[in-house]
Design a protein around this ligand. Structure first.
Ligand SMILES: Cc1cc2nc3c(=O)[nH]c(=O)nc-3n(C[C@H](O)[C@H](O)[C@H](O)COP(=O)(O)O)c2cc1C
Length: 140
């Protein structure tokens, strides 16, 4: 489906305390449960990826709803070092059917050492790594 002016945002972040695995698992469950309901209401789709030390998320929706969501996300204490990897306007969603797919991976390639994404090219590469990690989801 074509939708004019959809924003596709990709960010990554570090898990607040990766050693506390039980809190982390609870946090992940709570984020996914809450976000699936809220994103459905706001017309946001996308996927959350984690290797249990970092998060990455692809989110697609109107500029207003993505902007509001991102403001909440950067202030969320369940993670830190939130880094915007991509914010582009498109007309076709990559993940039109998922309010928030959850993808656990052994390692989020390209996301290690988030502070090193200091140039636009580094951020572009990290973004492509996140999108590549969604391949199984996209290809079925
Ligand atoms: C990694 C991560 C991803 C998140 N993704 C979403 C999301 O897709 N949609 C959403 O509504 N909240 C998401 N949240 C939760 C928000 O940060 C926030 O807690 C929630 O939107 C409530 O915000 P509010 O209290 O400002 O209304 C995410 C949080 C984290 C840590």
């Amino acid at each position: 489906m074509i939708e004019v002016g959809i924003v596709q945002m990709v960010f990554c972040s570090r898990v607040a305390d990766p050693r506390d695995t039980s809190s982390l698992n609870e946090n992940i469950k709570a984020i996914v449960r809450y976000s699936q309901i809220r994103n459905a209401k706001l017309g946001i789709t996308g996927a959350l990826l984690t290797d249990k030390t970092s998060f990455a998320q692809v989110a697609e929706g109107s500029a207003a709803s993505i902007g509001n969501m991102y403001s909440s996300i950067v202030n969320d204490e369940r993670h830190y070092d939130v880094e915007l990897l991509q914010y582009v306007v498109t007309h076709v969603r990559l993940l039109p059917l998922q309010t928030l797919a959850f993808v656990e991976v052994d390692r989020l390639p390209g996301i290690d050492g988030i502070n090193r994404h200091s140039t636009p090219l580094d951020r572009r590469k990290a973004c492509l790594s996140v999108l590549a990690a969604l391949r199984p989801l996209l290809l079925g």
